[in-house]
Design a binder for this molecule. Structure first.
Ligand code: NG6
Ligand code: CA
Length: 509
């Protein structure tokens, strides 16, 4: 069904310099598999050794494997915001790691990736993680009635998702704006202020826990795991962590099967590899890395199931599959799950420094694979792209009209790079880590003066202070950002500092 907004977008004049030079539009199915906290070095096809990822490796072999692709941020909410809106998240103050009861941070009247595809006749679906807020700012959300605005109001016709993260309440599934399996006489209350009801918490009942957690993750216990935040009620609606991957996968496969005869866009946002890492028992021991590796093996298996679904339905040649992750890897992230003790010499961020939460490359340099057998010629590419570019690129591919001035000011059309018709990507991009914004231009990375953090393996923040005039790194020779060349190339530093300022100012108003 077309909402008034969808119709409005359909008649918006063409995208400024973006979709304008689009090749003849085509309408392949599009599946965007968006993993959580999976690092550049976690997959075999990116040099990872700790866990076998045969299905993702096969996907990479059949498509383009980007070595210079980025999430816009080193944490989840801002990266996902950029992916769906085509805007850098620093342009929206609200786009920071959200609690599970935060209001929606995407403006429903602005273009989004799924809404643009809807204008081209796509049926759009979200399965998995959301973490972009639900409900509106002015009214506290009632989890026991219709939950809106949310995914449906920003372009997803079908949605089956968690509110925020696996480690945050409410630990329930939401399908098309309703908590699933909610019983009317057991209403849900959620608070991030303090305990609600008499449910045990990690602090009051640590002996009930499957995995011990830090203070922050010691709120309400759901399914033997304490979470961030507090909830009461909804007993029948609460999820079982170990079953979550199968539950999401079943919905994703169902969405593909039901929509096999029309163009579909599936945003499949997996829980793996976020905490709590509680893989299904059949994946326990699947890797040599403990639960963190086992969860990646589980993710890889799920990708295999999706690819097999496409094959069985004879959709492989008519489906563009993109795989990426929302931010870099982390070992300890609140639960004492053995991830760092079992990590051995596995390098989850590959050759890059830092990981999740960090402004070093490991925070945002992502695995990124685009496969469309018969259309994309396989091979690796160094073309630089950002996930923020998917909106303009997929609009160009499908012939959707988007007006950059109406929102997606940061999204560049790089569909030719994605489809293997060009080796040219972005000339520059901004990376965000909390309040720190850095610039990559060609082979160079510039970090303005300030504090750059990195989490050590037990979760402690190790901060390095970068003095005036900032840090300048030549990535091809120094992927680990060890040699600050700012004093050697002062003109380059000045130029990149100005460019960064310009990028930060552009389109912010
Ligand atoms: C942090 C949590 C972390 C994780 C992260 C969100 C603490 C101490 N840490 O605030 O465990 O939930 O938020 O991860 O609370 S993300 O991938 O969704 O950005
Ligand atoms: Ca994440």
């Amino acid at each position: 069904m077309n909402s008034p907004r969808t119709l409005l977008l359909a008649f918006t004049v063409s995208c400024l310099g973006i979709a304008a030079r689009a090749a003849p539009a085509s309408a392949p199915n599009i599946i965007l598999i968006y993993a959580d906290d999976v690092g550049y070095g976690d997959l075999g096809c990116y040099g990872g050794t700790g866990v076998d990822t045969p299905n993702l490796d096969r996907l990479a072999q059949s498509g383009r494997r980007f070595t210079s692709a980025y999430a816009t941020s080193s944490t989840c909410t801002p990266s996902r915001y950029s992916l769906l809106t085509g805007r850098y998240a620093f342009r929206n103050e609200a786009a920071r790691i959200l609690p599970g009861n935060a209001p929606l941070i995407i403006d429903p009247i602005k273009p989004t990736l799924p809404a643009l595809l809807q204008t081209r006749g796509y049926i759009t679906g979200l399965v998995g993680k959301w973490h972009l807020g639900l409900g509106d700012q002015d009214h506290p959300l009632d989890w026991n009635t219709a939950i809106a605005p949310g995914p449906r109001e920003v372009g997803f016709e079908y949605s089956y998702h968690m509110a925020a993260t696996g480690d945050r309440v409410p630990a329930v599934y939401i399908e098309n704006g309703r908590v699933l399996n909610l019983e009317p006489d057991d209403p849900i209350t959620v608070s991030y202020e303090g305990p609600v009801g008499s449910n045990p918490t990690g602090t009051s009942h640590p002996h009930l826990l499957k995995v011990q957690a830090d203070k922050q993750h010691s709120g309400t216990i759901v399914d033997g795991t304490s979470r961030i935040g507090f909830m009461s009620g909804g007993a029948a609606a609460r999820w079982t962590d170990e079953e979550m991957p199968d539950v999401f996968l079943e919905r994703a496969v169902g969405f593909i099967e039901s929509n096999q005869n029309r163009p579909f866009f599936l945003y499949y946002a997996t829980h793996e590899n976020h905490v709590p890492r509680l893989p299904h028992p059949r994946f326990r021991g699947a890797s040599g890395l403990g639960v963190r590796g086992d969860a990646i093996a589980q993710l890889d298996w799920g990708v295999g199931v999706l690819l097999e679904t496409l094959r069985k339905l004879d959709l492989t040649k008519n489906t563009l599959v993109i795989f990426s992750s929302d931010n870099g890897p982390v070992l300890f992230d609140g639960y004492h799950d053995g991830a760092y003790q079992m990590n051995g010499d596995h390098r989850p961020a590959g050759p890059w420094r830092g990981g999740k939460y960090s402004a070093w490359e490991g925070g945002t340099r992502m695995p990124f694979i685009a496969s469309w057998p018969g259309t994309i010629s396989p091979g690796p590419t160094e073309a630089m792209i950002s996930q923020v570019d998917l909106l303009a690129s997929l609009a160009a591919l499908t012939g959707a009209a988007c007006d950059a001035t109406d929102g997606p000011v940061d999204s560049e059309n790089h569909i030719d790079a994605i489809l293997g018709r060009s080796e040219e990507g972005r000339s520059l991009l901004v990376q965000q880590s909390g309040g720190m914004k850095t610039l990559r231009q060609g082979p160079w990375k510039y970090i303005p003066p300030g504090r750059v953090g990195v989490r050590d393996k037990i979760g402690r923040s190790q901060v390095e202070t970068i003095a005036e005039p900032g840090g300048l790194f030549f990535l091809p020779e120094d992927p680990a950002e060890q040699n600050n060349l700012a004093a050697t190339y002062p003109a380059k530093v000045r130029q990149m500092r100005i460019l960064l300022e310009q990028e930060l100012d552009r389109g912010s108003h």
